[in-house]
Design a binder for this molecule. Structure first.
Ligand code: FEO
Length: 410
């Protein structure tokens, strides 16, 4: 594949579109991914970021179609993670006159990943500027968006922010710019990307947005997905919403079931939450209530829906006096993502000894630190009408709390 796209005169996308990838360190990339690299040709020639190691030949072919490889003066590394740095050994070998430009932390990380002893390197600090002739790059560290060494490169003359992981989406397409594609799909993938990769660093994202607000930006060129051209406010505003953890009017019921008793409880919680909508004024937004079977839904999808949910009920049948493994994975994943606190509820069935609902309650209280509305809702074997009634009432109470949180955030 030999695709290129021009951002501005002599500033070209030269990356790789990976239609085949479906697992990106556990992220479900159901629409594929791209690794974006950019070539700036001026008095000096700079390659900004590279691609995953196996795709180095395609990157070098794209670059060689525009310039001789021995004319590359600089290779800028904004982020040492291997989806952007993996091709560096091949690139540095193929470009004999190139100097690697990165911050000190990045160089230290790269030295732990590759043999960099033969590379020419230039360590820059946040705020430094590298002149390329009529254009320049100013580097700004954005630690933990996504790794400690992460930085962005800003070109003031063209008002382009090369933002690396920030503002990206995992989306493979033949288009290169957001304005050439379906915006709803781009935002769906940008939200998924934010929820699954960026969420733990929300505070740092807000600081990055503060830095970005002081720059004149017309184009955001991320290292994944489509390029924001003339519509940067769309993604910047979306990031502000996600980074503050603003609640949507949304309730999730995430569960795993063995012989459908826990599922029957989930359905009653759902019914109670949906019925809450009838108490709202006709012109009010409706609560979005969703049941999600943990074993039939990817963690990526669950996290994307959870990002802005105001309340979540977690349910599990009892297996080996504990919760079902899929629910263990959900709780561990959500704990790591550090979403803003959700109103929560635990529920589940058991046969002869307790386990599932209690384990969830413990994780909610001790690990996730989500306030639970009640003690665990439990059913011994099939839920009785009384248990189902309790589930319905708990669903309505959870919905009311979700609505209260949504209203308080408006
Ligand atoms: Fe796209 Fe943190 O790498």
């Amino acid at each position: 594949m030999n695709l290129r796209a021009e951002l501005k005169k002599n500033i070209d996308w030269v990356g790789y579109v990976d239609y085949g990838v479906r697992d990106f360190h556990s992220y479900d990339t159901h629409r594929g991914a791209t690794y974006n690299a950019y070539l700036v040709r001026d008095e000096k020639t700079a390659l900004i970021d590279t691609v995953k190691g196996p795709f180095a030949p395609q990157l070098l072919r794209n670059v060689a179609a525009l310039t001789d490889l021995d004319k590359i003066d600089y290779v800028v590394c904004n982020h040492a993670e291997l989806d952007h740095s993996g091709a560096l050994p091949a690139v540095m070998a193929a470009c004999p006159n190139a100097t690697l430009v990165c911050n000190a932390k990045c160089l230290e990380t790269l030295a732990g990943l590759f043999d960099i002893s033969g590379w020419k390197t230039q360590v820059i600090a946040s705020g430094d500027t590298l002149s390329l002739g009529s254009r320049s790059l100013t580097f700004v560290n954005i630690p933990m968006v996504h790794w400690p060494e992460s930085m962005v490169s800003y070109m003031p003359e063209e008002k382009i922010l090369f933002s690396n992981d920030a503002f990206g989406q995992h989306l493979a397409t033949s288009e290169r710019f957001v304005d050439e594609y379906d915006l709803a799909k781009v935002l769906e993938e940008a939200k998924s990307y934010y929820a699954n990769i960026v969420t733990p660093y929300g505070r740092q994202v807000l600081k990055t947005l503060e830095v970005a607000s002081q720059l004149e930006i017309e184009t955001i060129a991320p290292s994944h997905g489509l390029i924001w051209r003339g519509n940067v406010d769309v993604i910047v505003n979306a990031y502000k919403t996600w980074a503050t953890g603003k609640y949507a009017p949304k309730v999730l019921i995430v569960y795993d079931t063995m012989w459908q008793s826990t599922e029957a409880m989930a359905e009653e919680i759902y019914a109670g939450a949906v019925a809450f909508n009838e108490t709202l004024p006709p012109d009010a937004p409706r609560l979005d209530v969703q049941t999600m079977h943990a074993r039939r839904t990817t963690l990526t999808r669950l996290a994307t829906e959870a990002l802005d949910a105001a309340a979540i009920a977690f349910g599990s049948a009892t297996l080996n006096a504990n919760l079902m493994p899929a629910m263990g994975a959900v709780l561990a994943y959500f704990q790591g993502l550090k979403f803003r606190e959700k109103a929560a509820l635990s529920f589940g069935s058991f046969g002869w000894g307790p386990g599932g609902a209690e384990a969830i309650q413990k994780a909610l209280e001790n690990d996730l630190k989500y306030p639970t509305l009640a003690a665990p809702l439990k059913s011994k074997l099939r839920p009785t009408p009384e248990v189902l009634k309790q589930c319905r009432e708990a669903g309505a109470a959870l919905a009311a709390e979700a609505w209260r949180r949504y209203e308080a955030d408006r």
